[in-house]
Design a protein around this ligand. Structure first.
Ligand code: MTE
Ligand code: MO
Length: 308
């Protein structure tokens, strides 16, 4: 239901008419339409997608300009507008991804060769930062489970670890000692195999801009945004739970699971509500960011207030 084949963009579909887009050309049409949609168009498009099970009735796509200029990517600075400014000349070809650990087929893959076998899908996901703001983003990518299946994990593979590029000459933020670089994130195997978990290569029908994690990043829509490591160069299958960067630097504030949970406050602020970027009134945060029906079963029997 959630998987959509990226349609061919035919000239007849290059029209910003929102309902037409929602029904027929879907998100690929957004690139052709120049992604300069009005609020009404973004709302109508999201409502069309809601009917297809891709969004909620109260979701409106966050404008392309906002998604690509309001970013968290500390390798390019800590301000929200730093990454779009500082990542401008970031070169993402050639790009190697090392895949190793508990799998039958380890190796160094060229990015383009790595992603080529997978059917690209377009998914509108709510994107909730731990800082209590959120967006609605039309991502382009492929389910991580498709990649994992091809790599043939061994029975010892219990977690997957994702590592961002380490290169202070290209990522100026890494000259600061803010983090123990490189940035590392991780998922439990069943989370990695969940069909909602995406390896993302683009947004709004276009290749991923550097500030959003080009050429390859992780997106796990029921977790806080920091679980989505950007500009990934290593994917490692391991037996023990990876030490993810935010948990390493602030273990009393950030856990491994990081499931969106309005009932568990951050020690310094509430997680009960969130500000959708571009909206004035805060809205309630939903358990598992609104994906509880699909993912709550992964955590049955776990104390989610302790395992945050
Ligand atoms: N390598 C790396 N990945 C990262 C981050 C980062 O600083 N470095 N920030 C995370 C946080 S806190 C969030 S909310 C999301 C933001 O993704 P976006 O800028 O595409 O919205 O990226 C996550 N991935
Ligand atoms: Mo975040």
């Amino acid at each position: 239901m959630l998987i959509r084949r990226a349609p061919e963009i035919r000239p007849a579909e290059i029209t910003p008419e929102p309902l037409y887009l929602g029904r027929r050309a879907f998100l690929s049409g957004l690139a052709a339409a120049g992604v300069a949609l009005t609020l009404g168009e973004r709302r109508a498009l999201a409502q069309g997608l809601a009917r297809e099970g891709l969004a909620r009735d109260d979701d409106t796509l966050t404008p392309y300009d906002v998604v690509t200029t309001y970013n968290n990517f500390y390798e390019f600075g800590t301000g929200k507008d730093d990454p779009s400014a500082n990542a401008k000349g970031f070169v993402t070809r050639p790009w190697k991804v090392r895949i190793e650990g508990e799998i039958a087929k380890p190796g160094d893959y060229d990015f383009d060769d790595l992603v080529r076998p997978y059917q690209q899908v377009e998914r509108v996901y709510r994107h909730r930062c731990v800082e209590a703001w959120s967006m609605v983003v039309p991502w382009l990518g492929f389910p991580l489970k498709d990649l994992v299946a091809r790599l043939q994990p061994t029975s010892r593979a219990k977690f997957v670890e994702f590592t961002t590029l380490l290169d202070p000459t290209r990522m100026p933020g890494q000259k600061s000692r803010l983090f123990p670089w490189p940035y590392v994130e991780g998922l439990r195997m069943d989370e990695a195999l969940h069909p909602l978990t995406l390896m993302v290569t683009g947004l709004y029908g276009k290749p991923l801009p550097p500030q959003n994690g080009a050429p390859l990043r992780l997106v796990v829509p029921w977790k806080y945004g920091f679980k989505g490591g950007k500009s990934i160069v290593r994917i490692r299958f391991v037996e023990t739970q990876p030490a993810n960067t935010w948990q390493v630097i602030a273990p009393d504030e950030y856990g491994f699971y990081a499931n969106v949970n309005p009932a568990v406050d951050h020690p310094r602020w509430s997680q009960a509500r969130e500000r959708r970027i571009g909206e004035f009134y805060k809205r309630p945060t939903l358990p598992f960011n609104g994906y509880a029906d699909q993912v709550a079963g992964l955590y049955r029997g776990m104390d989610l207030a302790r395992n945050y």
